[in-house]
Ligand binder design. Structure first.
Ligand code: ATP
Length: 254
């Protein structure tokens, strides 16, 4: 397997000389193509900052991030926009679907912007919709969908351009347990069937147990790493609970 993402000695400071927060403190790791990686850690530990630096929504203070060996920390605005559109897929807690477009149009948007032929768009959407079991909600508008349906449309939208990397920030945050489970199974399917490389920030050990590897962050540093290996999801869940208990903070479940 080849390394797709290389995060090298990144630091991120917020604020000014009077009040500085070191949100990321010398973080380095690699992600291989086809991995499903979880990022966990207490509130304020730097999880979202890390994801935002990888997605280029935020910039690093020092260090480098390479995607497919391209340094994404030093790109011009136009190149950045293109990079995000073509290389990344996003799944957010609040779905971020456009309310004036139906499910089909929301999924199609990136391909339409890229100038793909309508017949090609149609074929790709229907293939993905069948796989993710959303064919019968493609005509609905976001306000007519349940939270779980919206999030599955968001997954299809993230998949449709076959991005190098899918970034998810607390994707189950607004879902009940049944829809969380459905979404996580969808993401597992995206990872296993489409070989999508996924990074997911979560504070929830149940969600994290669907990943194959977890990086735990504390005070902006990598504190621990868990690899699922041949563990069942339940066994992995228990190991995650052990680390979150050790880590403290808000990740401890009672
Ligand atoms: N725009 C900003 N300006 C100043 N400080 C910030 C900014 N964004 C984040 N921080 C600080 O950086 C640190 C890391 O924040 P971050 O949002 O990455 O944490 P997190 O692990 O995602 O937390 P949570 O689980 O609560 O979402 C925190 O101390 C936070 O207060």
């Amino acid at each position: 397997m080849s390394v797709i993402l290389n995060v090298s000695m990144i630091e991120k400071y917020y604020g000014n000389r009077d009040s500085i927060t070191k949100a990321l403190d010398n973080i380095s790791f690699e992600v291989e193509e086809g991995e499903f990686v979880g990022i966990m850690g207490p509130s304020g530990s730097g999880k979202t900052t890390l994801l935002n630096c990888i997605s280029t929504i935020d910039s690093v203070s020092t260090g480098h991030i390479y995607l497919h060996h391209q340094d994404i920390t030093h790109m011009k605005r136009k190149a950045l926009e293109r990079f995000r559109r073509e290389q990344l897929g996003f799944i957010f807690q609040d779905f971020n679907l456009l309310p004036s477009l139906n499910g089909y149009e929301n999924i199609a948007l990136a391909l339409t912007i890229q100038g793909s032929a309508p017949a090609d768009i149609h074929a790709r959407i229907h293939a993905i919709a069948q796989r993710l079991k959303i064919s019968d909600i493609l005509n609905k508008y976001p306000q007519q969908m349940s939270g779980g349906e919206r999030q599955r449309i968001a997954c299809a939208r993230a998949l449709i351009t076959q991005p190098s990397l899918i970034l998810a920030d607390e994707p189950t945050g607004a879902l009940d347990s049944k829809n969380s489970r459905l979404l996580l199974e969808t993401m597992e399917q995206m990872n296993e069937e489409y070989r999508s490389t996924i990074m997911m920030v979560t504070h929830d050990p149940f969600s994290a147990s669907y990943t194959k590897r977890i990086l735990f962050i504390k005070d902006g540093k990598i504190f621990n790493e868990l690899i699922r290996g041949s563990d069942s999801r339940k066994e992995f869940f228990q190991r995650i609970i052990d680390v979150t208990t050790l880590l403290g903070g808000d990740d401890v479940v009672s």
